[in-house]
Design a protein around this ligand. Structure first.
Ligand code: PHE
Length: 461
């Protein structure tokens, strides 16, 4: 049995900024750049975005504080953290374990999308794009990648090897180092691309679409927005808890969670302000689905000055964002095996990477005509890929959010909760901040999430 209170230097962040970079790196990912714009498009923009922002403020941020704080105080990965604070209750440890599994499931299809990004990064490097600038040519380009099981598996393998390699190098030498370099590059690219997009003729219509536009809003859209908030902030499966466990016992968790939530939200909004102007400037549809950034961006950039460079920069952004999130997904399962079975990091990371890889093969085959693609689509109306994404982000993550809220709100000792919230944090030492947070965690978060879910299931309506 290893003494988890005695973290070695490679299982602790080198600096507070290192933690912020790594946690922001986990949050900012394909969720912001690929998923948020396309589901915003599918849900009609406007009200959807406002509801999303509301979810981030009243659910996401308070739950992030809860996760990071539980991680810091126990210095343990999720299952062990739940166990330690609940006298080893089976039920609570199961909540932690469901989170670990959810992370593996998410990474299994996340790595496929990241692989598409790698493919496009290669295309932009060699300049191999269709000669004709028609939407059809670019749709075909994406479709042929999407349908090719071999290509999907190839790029997914490469991405998983890179991810596993970073994780096996450890917290300081792997996660933190990659996050530090990655985040500086990422924010630089975001600023440049946003400025560029603001000069395009479609910028006005994009602003109107993202903020102005009111369309019907359904419970299904509400659940999508809620699930997206959990997905984008890396909540509900223990990633933030695990990253919090590498903090020192007196590091601030409230203030840093605020910074991370703000950074993530800023990038999500910026991504819309990059992608929609480009989409509208060339007269394309905002509701294109998962292919949105892979079709519209290259098509539009191809027609613009320095488009080749722009394309490389955009897909580099996508790759960095995907990698720093993927390592946090893999880290949760790796830390679980290290903590519970006492395995060495090298062994744990490789085994987890391999499991996730095999779990991801059906997702890689989801664009094809076989069982996981067309077959399942005909059976249940969704490919394997769509089904696991829907299940993990709209249901498993918010359920995990209910779990951590109930745990922190009702289960743990209230004296400890108060002192942990205050520890090392200026914001946390304000009495009213604590009261609002406790209310949100105890009542509002579990209630609101359950309410939306019951409505979607048709139980309340
Ligand atoms: N937050 C990441 C993104 O937006 C995805 C993620 C979800 C990472 C859950 C970790 C945990 O892409």
């Amino acid at each position: 049995m290893i003494d988890h209170k005695d973290r070695t230097s490679n299982t602790q962040w080198g600096s507070k900024l290192g933690f912020i970079a790594a946690a922001a790196g986990s949050a900012v990912g394909l969720g912001n750049i690929w998923r948020f714009p396309y589901i915003t498009g599918q849900n009609g923009g406007g009200v959807f975005v406002l509801f999303y922002l509301l979810c981030v403020i009243v659910l996401g941020f308070p739950i992030m504080v809860a996760e990071v704080t539980i991680g810091r105080t126990t210095q343990s990965s999720p299952v062990r953290a739940y166990g330690e604070l609940s006298n080893h209750s089976r039920l609570w440890q199961t909540v932690g374990l469901v989170g670990v599994i959810t992370g593996a499931v998410i990474l299994s299809y996340y790595s496929v999308v990241a692989g598409w990004g790698l493919h496009y990064l290669m295309l932009s490097l060699v300049g191999w794009f269709p000669q004709v600038n028609t939407p059809e040519a670019y749709t075909n380009l994406f479709d042929s990648l999407h349908q090719s099981v071999g290509l999907n598996i190839w790029w997914q393998s490469i991405f998983m090897i890179i991810t596993t390699w970073v994780v096996l190098r450890g917290v300081r030498g792997g996660l933190e180092q990659v996050a530090n370099i990655g985040m500086v590059t990422l924010f630089g690219i975001i600023v440049v691309l946003t400025i560029y997009a603001s000069t395009l003729p479609g910028f006005g219509s994009a602003l109107d679409f993202v903020f102005g536009h009111a369309e019907r809003f359904t419970w299904v859209s509400a659940l999508e927005a809620l699930g997206q908030a959990f997905f984008s902030l890396s909540l509900g499966m223990g990633a933030m808890l695990t990253y919090g466990s590498y903090l020192k016992l007196h590091d601030d968790t409230v203030g840093t969670s605020l910074v991370i939530s703000l950074a993530d939200t800023a990038v999500a909004v910026a991504a819309c302000l990059i992608i929609f102007p480009i989409t509208f400037s060339v007269g394309l549809e905002p509701a294109a689905g998962p292919g949105l950034v892979f079709i519209n961006i290259p098509l539009a950039l191809h027609q613009l000055p320095f488009g080749g460079v722009g394309m490389f920069v955009f897909f580099l952004l996508l790759f960095i964002a995907a990698l720093t999130s993927a390592i946090s997904l893999l880290e949760v399962a790796t830390a679980f095996l290290i903590d519970s079975l006492g395995w060495r990091r090298l062994k744990a990371a490789i085994i987890c990477g391999a499991i996730v890889y095999f779990l991801g093969l059906p997702s890689a085959a989801s664009g094809g005509s076989g069982l996981f693609g067309n077959g399942m689509e005909q059976l249940i109306g969704m490919t394997w890929f769509d089904a696991v994404d829907y299940l993990a982000s709209n249901w498993l993550l918010p359920l995990g959010g209910i779990g951590i809220s109930l745990f922190v709100g009702w289960h743990i000792n209230s004296q400890r909760r108060l002192s942990e919230f205050r520890e090392g944090s200026w914001l946390g030492s304000l009495g009213w901040v604590y009261s609002v947070w406790v209310f949100l965690i105890r009542w509002f978060a579990p209630g609101a999430i359950a309410f939306v879910m019951l409505n979607v299931l048709g139980i309340l309506s």
